[in-house]
Design a protein around this ligand. Structure first.
Ligand SMILES: *Cc1c(COP(=O)(O)O)cnc(C)c1O
Length: 376
């Protein structure tokens, strides 16, 4: 390891592969596997992760937008790629040229893609997005909008220039416990099946029906498998709170102790003076801060793994540094590696402290943090 690095992220291809295989084993035989690699594969490196999944035999990849899809195609990824988010109809040429599958989010969008595909003399492969209660994108098919939404979706499926390969929906609370959340998720699923049934009765057929995100893979398998599972977070080792799938974290955020100093009792530490030493304290300065993705909201609340123990973080987290109490870890010295999260330090603990979710923290590991391939 480069001694000069102040902060880096180790990415373990072996653990991504382990998780992929564990997830494959958790979904029914014959169910396709789509790996969600949007947002740079949740910070793990989109192209590297996509290559890994392609080699491992995954069926599909998903990204959020055209630029992310093009990054994969330019990097040599040839397997099917689905854009889950909105792409303007004006990009139909790029989508078709690069053999990218596009989500269709409504009737106007469908018409725009169709018109542009016809004009270009090409065909765009699409998956119809059904809004069954997420209230985000897709044909709105809930409650009073069921009839109209379903009719629009059926009409969209018949538009020229579109090759309708799939249909999907997205759950709002499939990852949250409790009766009401389960009722809501099952209602979303019921609506999804009803829409599919109505479309099929109207002569539309979908080769790939999919809905199983992380929450559904964990809590509604094999029931919600349909033709394809679509997990993101689980692939990277999080979301499996009870550890029932035996998934492994795939990223270690690592920094170093830059310097160590001793402070008298009663010394205040960092911006805002939000920590005061109560004893003679050996304080280490770490080369990681909020500009690297460590949430400032977790200041004074977490402990990081170093030298076989855990060093409590003290005072406000700065942009490029933060302080840790090393008094009880007398052997730890400047230059030593500290794991912020990954194998020993728990990302979930930082997430809770920062009142957020592991998704946000993985995505927040910033561009200036070099990704290093290292199996751990
Ligand atoms: C991001 C996303 C996923 C993956 O979600 P996870 O909770 O990470 O499994 C699946 N489907 C859609 C539509 C998404 O936007």
């Amino acid at each position: 390891m480069n001694e000069q690095k102040r902060c880096w992220a180790e990415i373990s291809p072996a653990n991504i592969l382990h998780n992929y295989r564990a997830l494959r084993a958790a979904i029914p035989e014959g169910c396709r596997f789509l790996g969600v690699v949007k947002a740079d594969a949740y910070g793990h490196g989109a192209l590297e992760t996509a290559q890994l999944l392609e080699d491992a035999g995954a069926d599909y990849l998903a990204v959020a937008c055209l630029d992310e899809a093009l990054e994969l195609r330019r990097g040599g990824i040839t397997m099917p790629i689905l854009i889950l988010g909105h792409t303007p109809g004006t990009y139909t040429k790029a989508l078709a040229e690069h053999n990218i599958t596009q989500a269709v989010t409504g009737i106007q969008e469908a018409e725009a893609f169709s018109a542009e595909a016809l004009r270009l003399g090409t065909t765009l492969r699409v998956h119809m997005a059904v809004d069954t209660g997420m209230s985000r994108i897709g044909f709105l098919c809930t409650g009073r909008d069921y009839e109209r939404g379903t009719a629009e979706l059926i009409r969209a499926c018949g538009l020229p220039g579109l090759e309708v390969e799939g249909v999907f929906t997205h759950f709002a609370v499939s990852d949250e416990a409790g009766e009401e959340n389960e009722r809501y998720t099952r209602e979303q699923y019921r609506v999804f099946l009803a829409v599919i049934e109505a479309a099929e009765a109207a002569g539309v057929s979908f080769k790939i029906r999919h809905c199983a995100n992380t929450g559904a893979v964990l809590h509604y398998m094999p029931e919600f498998a349909l033709d394809m599972a679509r997990p993101g977070l689980l692939l990277y080792g999080y979301g499996d709170d009870e550890g029932k799938l035996g998934l492994r974290p795939c990223m270690r955020l690592v920094t170093r102790v830059l310097t160590v100093k001793r402070y008298a009792p009663g010394t205040t530490v960092s911006y805002g003076r939000r920590f005061t030493t109560e004893r003679e304290t050996r304080m280490g300065v770490l080369g990681v801060g909020y500009a690297d993705g460590l949430p400032r909201l977790s200041s004074n609340k977490c402990a990081y793994s170093v030298g076989g123990g855990f060093a409590p973080q003290r005072g406000s987290i700065c942009m490029d540094m933060c302080m840790v109490d090393l008094t009880d870890l007398p052997d730890v010295k400047a230059g030593d590696e500290v794991e912020i999260f990954g194998a020993e330090s728990d990302l979930n603990a930082i997430s809770r402290a920062a009142q957020t979710i592991p998704y946000e923290l993985l995505c927040a590991v910033s561009k200036r943090v070099p990704r290093v391939v290292k199996n751990f």
